[in-house]
Design a protein around this ligand. Sequence first.
Ligand SMILES: [Zn+2]
Length: 189
Amino acid sequence: MLVARAMSECHMYMDLHPCERCGEADFPWTVHEAAERAGQRISSYEGDCPSCGTHRRFEFVVLDPNLPPPGLGGPEPSTIIDPGGFFEVGEWAAGALKVAPDASPDEVADAYDAAIDAVATVEEILKFLPPGADSVPEEAFTSGRGHAIRAADPGRFERSRLEATLAERRRVLVDLTARVEALRESNGW
Ligand SMILES: [Zn+2]
């Protein structure tokens, strides 16, 4: 059973798991069920792959279903997304941060959402670092893709580089927050 810390973690996990049959990343689930089982919150997502029609289903135990998005969990590291997975989502998000000075409100809002993910994913990778360790231990990588991402450049998972990336992405998030707020004021959102 997949144990997610929060609802947002379920969504990120599904983003990282393309269709088993055809590789399609998009999964527009159409059925969502939430249930209590043995005192645990179970959350399931079902739907058809838009490319090949395969019926897909994910079922999670959600430890803290009340943690609001974009929160992914508390101080404990994920058990279903490894540091390579967070790195991958963080790179996708970091690629969507640039907005032109004359960008539309929607474009600014999308970049703002991406900046939140870009920051959160680095914070999540740092949770895998034992106190005092200089880099994420190899045993934290539990997926084949995670191992490949680490092997391509192990320096990505060094504390100093992660902290520098986090500081930079937080600066971008602060800038985008100011832009979103300015748009809200001028448009009376
Ligand atoms: Zn498919």
